[in-house]
Design a protein around this ligand. Structure first.
Ligand SMILES: Cc1ncc(COP(=O)(O)O)c(C=O)c1O
Length: 319
């Protein structure tokens, strides 16, 4: 994860940073958990990755699609039988408070987690007196991947987790071992990122990004039943493309070889935003340059998150 290279203030170096743990804001370096914590031992936690941006016209921060992220966190908790004591609104209020306390003035990554706090051995989720808690931290994050150049993405030999093994629909901490294996091997093979196939051999998604292809002027993206995380950026892009560009987006199963004949390709995620792909498996996408439609969508997304398209103001939670 590359971290902002901006001013010391942007990096949060000028003021003490806080995290939220066990019901209170504490200095980040004191936000520690016990070595026997269930979530640490078994990965029994659900999380979100949320991003906040500086609104240049207003001189303040806004969190992008915060309500949708907390709704998805609550869905992950349902799947994982985690008890989220706080509502989406309460978690949202704590998030705005944290961004304010930490004084962020640039792109910021926010990580809320609902985790199983019990100190015990044994993976069962429903032990007597089991306890789950909400915690939160934030840090400056500009470019997660370099979206100015096209990514070179390789199809991984690791398969995506299946819905009946560890559901990809839920953002479960332990499931990110799958992501870590795919992304690490992709890097060792010289790729910028990995695309994982599901058990049927269809394209699922990237390491922390959903995929879009452009074929004959139509956008296609893997369907939600192909073992993907139902991405919030994916939903944002689908809405923007339909409303602003009048284009149709089809969600369906995608074969591996469709990657090789696509005219354009890009991956999307909260951290990565809209990341063009110019090569899959050592084959150029289209003419090998970033596609015109991809650039248009990148431009739209950048404007929306910074509050420059008023029709999407309802997606911004101001700090
Ligand atoms: C596996 C996976 N797929 C897709 C995404 C993109 O989802 P979103 O746009 O909600 O950040 C993420 C990012 O969190 C992810 O971890």
């Amino acid at each position: 994860m590359s971290v902002a290279t901006g001013s010391a203030e942007e990096k949060g170096e000028l003021r003490p940073q806080f995290a939220y743990l066990r019901g209170e804001f504490v200095p980040s370096d004191q936000a520690c958990i016990n070595i026997q914590t269930h979530a640490f031992l078994y990965g029994t936690a659900a999380f979100e990755g949320i991003k906040a941006y500086w609104l240049p016209e207003e001189g303040r921060m806004a969190v992008f699609r915060m309500a949708e992220h907390y709704q998805r966190l609550l869905q992950s908790c349902r799947i994982l039988r985690l008890k989220a004591e706080l509502s989406a609104e309460q978690m949202g209020a704590l998030t705005l408070d944290l961004v304010k306390r930490n004084g962020h003035q640039g792109p910021t990554y926010i990580r809320p987690i609902v985790y199983k706090t019990d100190l015990r051995i044994g993976p069962i989720l429903l032990a007597p007196n089991t306890q789950d808690d909400f915690c939160l931290f934030s840090l400056p994050l500009d470019q997660y991947v370099d979206t100015r150049k096209g990514l070179h993405v390789g199809v991984s030999s690791w398969r995506r987790l299946d819905d009946n093994a560890i559901p990809a629909r839920a953002k479960v901490n332990g499931a990110y071992v799958n992501t870590a294996l795919a992304k690490t091997d992709a890097h060792l093979c010289g790729f910028d990122d990995a695309l994982v196939l599901n058990q049927e051999g269809n394209i699922a998604e990237g390491s922390a990004m959903n995929l879009f292809l452009v074929r004959d002027g139509c956008l296609i993206t893997p369907t939600v039943s192909d073992n993907i995380l139902e991405g919030i950026t994916r939903a944002t892009v689908m809405e923007l493309v339909r409303a602003e560009l009048g284009l149709e987006v089809v969600a369906r199963s995608i074969d591996r070889t469709e990657l090789y004949v696509a005219d354009e390709a890009f991956m999307v995620g909260t951290a990565a935003e809209v990341a063009p792909v110019t090569r899959f498996d050592h084959r150029p996408v289209g003419d090998g340059n970033i596609g015109a439609l991809t650039r248009q969508i990148q431009g739209l997304y950048t404007k929306v998150v910074r509050g420059q398209l008023p029709q999407y103001d309802h997606w911004l939670a101001r700090v």
